[in-house]
Design a protein around this ligand. Sequence first.
Ligand SMILES: Nc1ncnc2c1ncn2[C@@H]1O[C@H](COP(=O)(O)OP(=O)(O)OP(=O)(O)O)[C@@H](O)[C@H]1O
Length: 604
Amino acid sequence: MYNQKEKSQLQVYVRIKPNYSGNVIQYEMSEESNQLTILNRPLQTSGYYSLNFREQTQFSFKDILDQDAGQEEVYEKVAYPVLQNFISGYNGTIFAYGQTGSGKTYTMSGSEQQQWQFRGIIPRVISGVFDEIDQKKGFDCKVFISYMEIYNDNAYDLLDQTHLEEPPENWNKVQFQWDDEGNIHLKNITIHPIQNEQEGFDKMITGNFIKKMSSTPINYNSSRSHCVFTINLEATEKATGDQYLSKLHLVDLAGSERISKSQVEGTLLNEAKHINKSLSFLEQVIVALNDQMKKGVRIHIPYRNSIMTTVLKDSLGGNCMTVMIANISSDLENYDETISTLRFSQRVGQIENEVSKNQKFDIYKAYKQLQQENQQLQRRLEDYEKNGSQRPIASSEQVDFEDVDGQTAQYVKQKVGKYLDESSNYLYIQDLQEAQLCFQAMKILYNKTMQEYVDELQLISGKLQKYEVLLKQKKQRIKERQPDNMNNSQEEQQSTHQSSQSQDEQDQKGQMNKKQKQDRDKSKDKLATITNDQLENVKENIQQESGQQKSILYQQIQSQRSNNFIKSQNQQYQLNGQKNNDQNSSGDNPLIFNLYKQTINQKK
Ligand SMILES: Nc1ncnc2c1ncn2[C@@H]1O[C@H](COP(=O)(O)OP(=O)(O)OP(=O)(O)O)[C@@H](O)[C@H]1O
């Protein structure tokens, strides 16, 4: 999107018409650099454009639309960017240039059979304009259409309904008038407001119909005229009342033709001469513009030599974003014309336009502003004459943001903002009024920043108060827990120690329990996997073991018995005096039973 006053190089696209004949120009395309290289040349060349071996065969473009490029792709790549700028208030031109039959009308209007899917740039732009306007919130938009034909260097209105009844020779010619500043004004052309795309299509169809009616039966299939379909947009910003006016020319030029080759006579010869003449005037304008650019000084550009160059004055070297489509044929028979179109396109591609947004000058607004300024200056002059010095501006003369429009207010605020945040080193002030606004902007910014600081400080102090209360509560709790002397604290320490000890013990216990449980679980798991044979083995082992134990016990009991027996015998002997009691030596002796029990328990 362009900002105010920017350089814009003319953009040139090449579109290659599909060729189904075997005799073709061979070419190569480089996708990265968008270069088209012609690889072969015909054995024999003749006619208008002479070729030699030093002929340029490599050409650069904004983009190459090869034979398979569809109408939608052409619209998206070529027309849509121009349309977007047009909606934003910049002038635009799209023109198709090329030899007869190379596809100019197909590109601009579409298929002659009127198949909707093959519609060209003009109907697509009409739809696009209304789509874009729908998105343009905050603006009131009005769209106007005019349609003009330039035939034999005369211009006619294709939307004048009277032309449907009158023969072309009775039609009013469009008049061109140049003002002192070099602007062109048209007379005898109707400009039609349209509300929607359907009304736009209706105008296009009406214009094409009138054009066809005017064609002689001989040139029925070939457009022998230049056609200029123009859309004007008037966009008014609702908030400010500012108006932007932009115009978009969609131009289908007549085909360049080699007279000797076409061998035409009479009317057709006359037409061909006019077409070639106007195209050569177009070429002269392009050459002059290139010259001007190279030299860097203003030279005369011969716009007035033909009506077509007059109409395209703004589009070539003026305030306009201009795009050219060079339509070429890849038929070897058209080699010279194709090379000629390619050469012409390279010269066009070097032209630079200077584009800017077209804001409508509101004379009433400007008058009011000047009146206000004048009053202020007069008062200051009076004061100066009275006091001999400049007094400060009285508050009644003070201008503030409420007195200026939204755009000015925003501009001043942005300027001051940039100066204060140091993205700009200077603060340029145009007049006293702007100086007042700058100071006010600074005051607003200062107050805003101060308010932000105050808010931040209040937030911090609130947080601090909260922390203070929490701190107090904590201190209080600590105090409450501290009784009169340190003993308590020792006790506290001890109890803490004990509790931590018992805690340790509990932990240990817990861990042991846990371990035991784990072991039990493990054994359970093991038991679950033991087979019957293993169980029998275990049983046998236990039996063997208990047998061994029994015999050990038996031996122990025996020895005990004999000891006891000896002891008791001794006692008996001691008590009864040498009396022998055999009863105490029996196996059912309670002493043996207890010993047995004791041993079993030990074993367990
Ligand atoms: N890209 C294309 N795809 C399919 N058909 C095409 C293409 N370009 C052109 N044609 C067909 O070629 C024929 C000639 O095209 P067109 O009338 O657009 O040429 P022109 O350059 O406008 O000729 P003139 O200068 O005589 O008006 C038409 O029948 C058109 O439908």
